[in-house]
Design a protein around this ligand. Structure first.
Ligand code: ADP
Ligand code: MG
Length: 464
């Protein structure tokens, strides 16, 4: 089995890579999504020596952003995965195999960035070729393809929306790749709403608005990810409206990605909303079983491992969430198999992932209130104690178990979980989850108790 998992790296480097994948998966849960997509995802662990971890960033801009804003978050996620706080040192340059490219794909370019400042390099993995099409994303995919091939003519703007991890950024960047290949002379700007906002506010502060406007209005194609971050801020929204109009009126293509439909974008002005709706609005939903199988097969091929079909099917049935959850499950499975040198069978899948990804048979999401209620019954405490600050042993344990279950069974992020437990810090949540995971490994009775809780919470007739 070991050779099935051989990723062509030295064992030590491969180990570090797997750990780093887990760090990124952790970060994707605690960091704001645009920050994760734009700044954190491209980081790569280069080497570890003693108490220090050297991390490569794809560009100086990203290195700076991470150092200024996200180092504590990265530190938390590293501590959770490595089991110790490490000193983090950032440097520019990655060696490009943190996330293997699709077979046959060109190696990731390290420093060549043809876009103007503020635009982010496109992720090499996010192409049309690696995008699996199915019922949940067919319209969005067709729209994206049409726009990539004939920008500014058919659907302008193209507005793509959907929940977390369903492939919105992937599709947006696929448009960017295709456009750059077909029309190398065009200026394709790809960025997140958060970056747009940060740059706008900086320019405003530094009285460099003219430069800002000139820069953005020089785009031939604007690909804007996670626009909901702009929609909240009045002045930025106004500026975006002008940029958008200028581009749109002169026939330049705008593609917008959002976590909700134009109608649901809060505080977006009516004029902006109706402009958005004038183009093609397409949503992406969660993948169904068949599509989850197709996606897993593709990811497995990308990882250059071979897994029997029953294994893939078992995983696809077990892990019902979005594509990012599916990828996380695969990373977890491969990492566990590699550490334990185990053969990956359907039973191994259930053993490794069952506890984490079991959904209710009727597909209803588990609510945090149900988790808190059940845990309270099991540990004979009340909800006020669970959400409070008291340090008695059984209350602390109940609180930690409830936090762990909320993390594993709901989509809540670490800061959100902290809030659900009376405004605790996200580091408290990380600590709780680490503690519970350690106990699950060493204490069979505790594990049985937790398994029962998961069963009761995920069975179709669970709670109300
Ligand atoms: P979103 O922007 O909607 O939160 P992403 O585009 O970041 O989601 O997708 C999350 C992960 O899932 C990425 O690694 C992406 O490559 C993968 N993914 C999503 N949809 C698909 C798909 N249809 N085919 C292949 N991979 C996908
Ligand atoms: Mg995204």
């Amino acid at each position: 089995m070991a050779d099935q998992l051989d990723l062509g790296l030295e064992p030590e480097a491969a180990g570090l890579r797997k750990q780093w994948d887990c760090v990124l998966t952790g970060l994707s849960k605690i960091a704001p999504r645009p920050a994760y997509e734009s700044f954190l995802k491209g980081l790569e662990a280069l080497h570890r020596e003693n108490g220090r971890l050297v991390i490569g960033a794809p560009s100086n801009l990203i290195k700076r952003f991470v150092e200024e804003k996200y180092l504590p978050l990265v530190g938390d996620s590293v501590a959770e995965v490595f089991g110790a706080r490490l000193e983090l040192q950032l440097q520019v340059g990655t060696n490009g195999h943190a996330r293997p490219a699709a077979p046959g794909a060109a190696p990731r370019s390290l420093s060549v960035d043809p876009t103007p400042p503020g635009c982010l390099p496109l992720n090499d993995r996010y192409t049309f070729e690696s995008f699996v099409v199915g019922p949940s994303n067919r319209l969005a995919h067709a729209g994206a393809l049409a726009v990539a091939e004939r920008p500014g003519s058919l659907y302008n703007p193209l507005f793509i929306y959907g929940g977390v991890g369903v492939g919105k950024t992937h599709l947006l960047q696929a448009i960017g790749h295709r456009l750059r290949a077909l029309q190398p002379g065009k200026r394709v700007f790809a960025m997140s709403g958060e970056t747009f906002t940060i740059q706008f506010l900086n320019s405003l502060q530094q009285r460099r608005m003219d430069e800002f406007r000139k820069c953005y209005r020089g785009a031939d194609i604007l690909l804007l990810d996670d626009i909901q971050f702009i929609a909240r801020k009045d002045v930025t929204q106004e500026e975006f409206f002008h940029t958008f109009n200028e581009l749109h009126q002169t026939g330049r293509q705008v593609v917008i990605v959002s976590d909700r439909s134009p109608r649901e974008l809060q505080t977006t002005s009516d004029r902006l909303r109706s402009r958005f709706e004038a183009g093609l609005v397409a949503d992406i939903a969660l993948p169904d079983l068949e599509m989850r199988v197709a996606i897993l097969r593709q990811k497995i091929a990308q990882e250059r491992v071979h897994l029997p079909f029953e294994v893939v099917e078992t995983m696809a049935e077990l892990v019902k969430g979005n594509v990012r959850t599916l990828e996380g499950a695969l990373v977890r499975l491969l990492a566990t198999a590699s550490v334990q040198q185990a053969a990956i069978t359907p039973e191994f899948v259930v053993d490794t992932l069952g506890h984490y990804y079991r959904n209710r048979a009727d597909g209803r999401p588990v609510q945090f209130e149900e988790i808190q209620q059940r845990v309270c019954q099991t540990f004979s405490v009340n909800v006020t104690q669970l959400q409070g600050k008291r340090r008695e042993r059984n209350i602390v344990l109940a609180r930690q178990v409830a936090m762990h279950l909320t993390r594993e069974l709901t989509n809540a992020s670490l800061p959100e979980i902290g809030r659900l437990f009376g405004g605790k810090d996200h580091t408290t949540v990380i600590h709780a989850c680490t503690k519970v995971r350690a106990l699950l490994k060493t204490d069979a009775e505790f594990k049985r108790l937790c398994d029962d809780l998961v069963d009761s919470l995920t069975s179709p007739q669970a709670c109300g």
